[in-house]
Ligand binder design. Structure first.
Ligand code: SF4
Length: 361
């Protein structure tokens, strides 16, 4: 009996702000936790982490590969004894054959040769690097406390040690123009990460950005502009074979505790980006192939149907109105790639740069 290919699993362990002595302008960690910036890390007890791992493993039999992941802080900035306690805990699961590797997120300036020497004793597989921007002017305006060159050095070190690397990028940071976002993204992709995450910058209450925003010195991106830039980033990364792991903020404990004052937050941000992508393709087909009054049937892979439709069918409503169509229908077609769209004898796939008569691609 076919049971399908097992999917990967990340067991997330949140270490809120542990190990972070910084004051990035968009972050509200100190306001939320009430801790000073050099306060002891708010580490959950090891027994609680173990219970969390067991909970995830009991829910998720047959997943492969499985990584235990330490998120939410600057892992390599933790006191060594705390970091090794976490690594030892996860290592036990790898030795028992229940987990395949360890993953964590950290700042570029924590990736030193000495810490990499310490990591070598553990089965670390993936490192997420909080690059945020590759433009120094933007990093300075965001009070990140590191420069783009440190991200490049950290990436080279991690790749030399064979780790899978994910770069985290924030769109809409203070000081970032459209051009600086484009060049920052190009420089990130040139570092050849395995994947990237894209976060829209939002104004969190208690952050330095909130004060700037209230003084009229920072204007967040509109949701449309954040979606547009993320869509272009998704395209550029995907065309280079770089995986886009996530677009949009994760609803963490921190997010629940804090409040978003302003900015392009949407609970289905990634879906909005993919819907915008499908709308672009549908419009290019409409301009080439449809006459007013037509009733096209769009065919997409079943997994892409909701992306083509858009939120509450907004894409279909827009297409019908803009191109004066009599109707628009959607049909599932498993033969198509998930990135492709077909209608009226044409097929378009912006990732593979195909725009052709069906059957000629
Ligand atoms: S964004 Fe990360 S590095 Fe910056 S202050 Fe917050 S936890 Fe620290």
């Amino acid at each position: 009996m076919a049971t399908g290919t097992p999917r990967e699993l990340i067991v997330p362990l949140f270490i809120p702000h542990a190990g972070c002595p910084h004051h990035c302008i968009f972050c509200n960690q100190h306001a939320v936790t009430g801790q000073g910036c050099l306060a002891s890390p708010a580490m959950p007890p090891l027994a609680a982490m173990e219970a969390e791992i067991e909970r995830w493993l009991s829910w998720s039999a047959r997943r492969h590969p499985v990584e235990i992941s330490f998120y939410g802080g600057t892992f390599l900035g933790l006191p060594v004894e705390v970091m090794t306690a976490c690594l030892e805990l996860a290592h036990r699961y790898v030795k028992a054959g229940r987990v395949h590797g360890i993953r964590f997120s950290t700042r570029p300036d924590t990736v030193t040769e000495s810490v990499l020497a310490l990591l070598a004793a553990y089965p670390v597989t993936t490192v997420e690097l909080g690059a945020q921007s590759m433009e120094d002017a933007v990093l300075v305006a965001s009070t990140r406390g590191h420069r783009a060159a440190e991200t490049a050095t950290a990436m080279a070190r991690l790749q030399e040690h064979g780790y899978r690397t994910i770069l985290q990028a924030m769109v809409g940071l203070p000081g970032e123009t459209r051009e600086l976002w484009d060049t920052s993204l190009d420089r990130m992709l040139a570092l050849s990460p395995y994947g990237i995450r894209i976060y829209p910058t939002v104004v969190l209450s208690g952050s330095g950005l909130e004060a700037l925003w209230r003084d009229g010195l920072y204007t967040p991106l509109s949701l449309d502009e954040a979606v547009r830039r993320s869509k272009e980033a998704w395209m550029a990364a995907t065309q280079k074979g770089i995986k886009v792991i996530r677009m949009g903020l994760q609803e963490s404990e921190e997010m629940r505790l804090s409040r978003i004052c302003a900015g392009p937050h949407h609970p289905a941000f990634g879906h909005l980006v993919h819907s915008a992508r499908f709308l672009d393709m549908a419009e290019s087909l409409a301009e080439t192939a449809f006459s007013p009054g037509a009733s096209p049937v769009f065919r997409v892979h079943p997994r892409s149907i909701s992306r083509l439709r858009g939120q509450k069918n907004s894409n279909l409503v827009h297409l019908k109105k803009r191109y004066a169509l009599a109707g628009v229908r959607v049909a599932a077609d498993e033969a198509l790639a998930e990135t492709a769209l077909a209608a009226d004898g044409w097929v378009v796939d912006s990732v593979r740069q195909i725009f052709a008569k069906d059957g000629e691609s």
